[in-house]
Design a protein around this ligand. Structure first.
Ligand SMILES: Nc1ncnc2c1ncn2[C@@H]1O[C@H](COP(=O)(O)OP(=O)(O)OP(=O)(O)O)[C@@H](O)[C@H]1O
Length: 691
């Protein structure tokens, strides 16, 4: 890579004459970008941007430095560089120096910024030809208020805000008897307080609001009834459409989607169960013929939009919109800003878009926290008088405790508040909610007073024998059997692999049983590198399993190796995040194939040599586990403070557990520190929506 030639940004350069931004001069020592890159603090891409700006004639080192930092921020999930936060909390917002590496620090941004005012930064940027002021022109950088954007992200943000605002204008006519219809659909789901109106039944409220406008958001933690609400909402919309269309009507074109194959498969499974119950006549409030018009198939967003290999553009966009009337997107917290912009562009303006997700989970891996931005006041509600009136007329519920001056978008956001999966006796549910509230004492109490579904393990090292027992048999200090089953480790599925196809089974059934058993236990890690990171743990687990003769090798391809696809691979039709297991093929002389479950329930077997980018996943990162659930989930946290240890990460890890959750951490005090720390992602989206 060619050197970045601005003297001020070149390593060991002589100090230059101070550049004057405003009345005060900037310091002569500027941020040493190349040194940052050599230390791994900045990406090559961040410096490439600096070089591009130099080619475009920018010589001002301050503008170049801010550009590199704006690019660095995108790499860290932010949409823009928030200049006010940069001045107030540079270390926190930039993550520089990375925690634990302070001793390597050359001159830091905070030193460079000392004594500089926001006005100085703004006037320097405004004077630059590579920076546009709020979209006037086509410069690579855009300054909007005190937010500095790379143009692409500015455009995504403006587009997302504009399309959401447009969609809010789309109001659907609803029948006079809507209250009666809603009550019929939701009455069986209400408890006595919800029945007599003394407590709000949020599922009814969510359905009423989603029925009336072109966009709505339903946020809720695990098991709060998002899918149940959507099935009833779709039943309502289909019956209204059929009545309107008359005898030749075919109903609405409904499509369901999720960001990853795993999330799509999980929603599809849940929908299939619900729809079969309706078709069997077990759900009296929904006619069986309506269930026929609700699909159980769920596409990944990439497939729905028509991803093209090696291109960030999709087949469907504003000029070639999707053919649908209703689109439901599950696990919307995983949708980054760029994908949200593509999605919104492709949904026809006449359709209803319903976003489902859990606002408290980790945000997308790529830049943006769209669901979090849209739901930042979901708990308070902030419903205006109009909305209150509509909800009262439609459902009979009084939202006055949640009244406020929320934006138009917030009028379409509902938070479901009651978990139907985790009852009052569930340690997992109570732990998740204590972590989410940032309640350190309650978190500690829950971990120490397990109800049989929580375990806390504090190993001295990764070689700890208790940790071995957890990995092999799921045994982590007193997890009680649930539904007649005990918590598993990795031994259970590997025994099935080693026993081979049984006489009473087909090969397909054997493969399926292994994939199911594999889903019974998953180790999650917060970080990638080091002894307590994904890479160290995977090697350590493979060594243990080989020693126990559960796998034949701990390197390369071997029967039982679980792998995750790390990049969309169109040549084999596998998507980033798909997980498969390497198994000998009984019908093909034992040749190894990697067997993946597909969103439609089928299995796909692929030769290992055809998989270009896969990693072993005895341990996977919490980020990669989003959209999945495992009967027993064990979360391993590192033994030293790390900026990735946040409330959202721990909450996401806990809520991947269906029946048992084990926490593994050698220094328990880090848990308190982690749940006090919340992720902040700079973005101007909520401001653009008027929040
Ligand atoms: N109001 C209700 N009363 C009783 N049970 C309910 C109610 N709503 C949903 N359930 C049940 O609670 C369970 C979880 O519901 P559902 O799958 O709809 O939640 P979810 O929020 O979609 O969960 P997930 O976390 O998997 O996304 C299901 O068994 C469902 O039948």
């Amino acid at each position: 890579m060619a050197e970045v030639t601005t003297p001020q940004t070149t390593l060991n350069a002589e100090p230059q004459a101070p550049f004057q931004f405003g009345p005060k001069p900037l310091p002569t020592e500027l941020v040493p970008l190349e040194q940052y890159q050599q230390l791994g603090w900045l990406r090559q891409l961040d410096l490439a941007l600096v070089r591009l700006l130099q080619q475009q004639g920018e010589t001002n080192p301050a503008v170049l430095t801010l550009a590199a930092l704006a690019s660095h921020q995108v790499g860290r999930g932010h949409i823009c560089l928030d200049l006010t936060m940069l001045l107030n909390e540079p270390q926190l917002i930039l993550g520089l120096p990375p925690q634990g590496r302070e001793f390597l620090a050359p001159s830091l941004p905070q030193h460079w910024l000392q004594g500089i005012t926001l006005e100085q930064l703004l006037s320097g940027l405004e004077a630059s030809t590579v920076v546009d002021n709020d979209n006037r022109g086509s410069a690579p950088l855009v300054l909007s208020g005190a937010l500095l954007y790379l143009r692409r992200y500015y455009e995504y943000e403006v587009e997302v805000a504009a399309v959401l605002t447009e969609r809010l204008q789309q109001q659907f006519e609803l029948p006079e008897d809507l209250p009666h219809r809603l009550n019929q659909l939701f009455a069986p789901l209400k408890d006595s307080a919800e029945n007599d109106g003394s407590s709000v039944h949020w599922q009814s409220v969510a359905a009423a609001l989603a029925a009336r406008a072109g966009v709505s958001v339903i946020s809720g933690g695990p098991g709060t009834g998002k899918t149940t609400t959507v099935v009833r909402l779709l039943a309502l919309l289909q019956s209204l459409a059929l009545e309107q269309q008359g005898s030749d009507g075919t109903g609405l074109r409904i499509q369901l989607a999720a960001p990853t194959g795993k999330a799509a498969a999980r929603l599809s499974e849940s929908l299939s169960g619900t729809l079969s119950a309706i078709r069997a006549g077990n759900v009296a409030e929904i006619p069986t013929e309506i269930a026929e018009l609700i699909p159980a198939e769920v596409a990944t967003l990439h497939r729905l939009l028509g991803a093209r290999p090696d291109s960030r553009f999709f087949r469907h966009h504003r000029s070639n919109p999707l053919h649908l009337d209703v689109l439901v997107v599950d696990e919307a917290s995983m949708v980054d800003l760029e994908m949200m912009a593509s999605l919104l562009a492709a949904v026809p303006p006449t359709a209803r878009l319903i976003l489902l997700g859990d606002k408290d989970q980790l945000s997308s891996v790529e830049a943006g926290a769209v669901l979090g931005d849209l739901c930042q006041f979901a708990e308070q509600g902030r419903y205006q008088a109009d909305t209150q009136g509509f909800v009262y007329r439609a459902s009979g519920y009084d939202l006055s405790p949640w009244v406020g001056a929320g934006t138009s978008l917030e009028q379409q956001v509902v938070m479901l508040r009651k978990s139907h999966r985790f009852g009052a006796d569930s340690g997992i549910g109570q732990l998740a909610s204590a972590v989410n509230r940032g309640d350190v004492d309650q978190t500690r109490w829950q971990l120490m007073n397990s109800q049989g579904d929580l375990a806390f393990l504090s190993p001295k090292s990764t070689q700890d024998s208790g940790f071995d027992r957890l990995l092999l048999d799921g045994d982590a200090n007193g997890l009680a059997p649930r539904n007649g089953h005990s918590a598993a480790g990795y031994r259970r599925y590997l025994q099935l692999v080693n026993e081979g196809v049984q006489p009473e089974q087909t090969e397909l059934q054997w493969q399926q049983s292994i994939l199911t058993a594999f889903g019974e236990f998953q180790l999650l890690a917060a970080i990638r590198e080091g002894e307590w990171g994904v890479s160290g743990l995977n090697q350590r687990i493979a060594t243990l399993l080989k020693r126990k003769q559960l796998i034949s090798d701990d390197k390369g391809w071997y029967a039982g190796r679980p792998v995750m696809v790390m990049r969309n691979d169109y040549s084999v039709n596998l998507m980033n995040g798909d997980v498969g297991i390497c198994l000998p093929s009984a019908s093909d002389g034992g040749q190894l194939r990697v067997v993946f479950p597909m969103p439609d329930g089928s299995l796909k077997a692929v030769l290992p040599s055809r998989l270009s980018s896969v990693e072993t996943v005895f341990a996977m990162t919490v980020h990669k586990s989003q959209g999945s659930e495992f009967s027993h989930t064990a979360l391993v946290l590192p033994d030293k403070p790390n900026p990735v240890l946040t409330r959202e990460l721990i909450y996401t890890g806990i809520t991947r557990a269906k029946l048992w959750f084990s926490l593994v951490i050698s220094d328990g005090s880090l848990v308190a520190e982690a749940i006090r720390s919340q992720t902040v992602r700079s973005s101007g989206l909520s401001q653009r929506l008027g929040f």
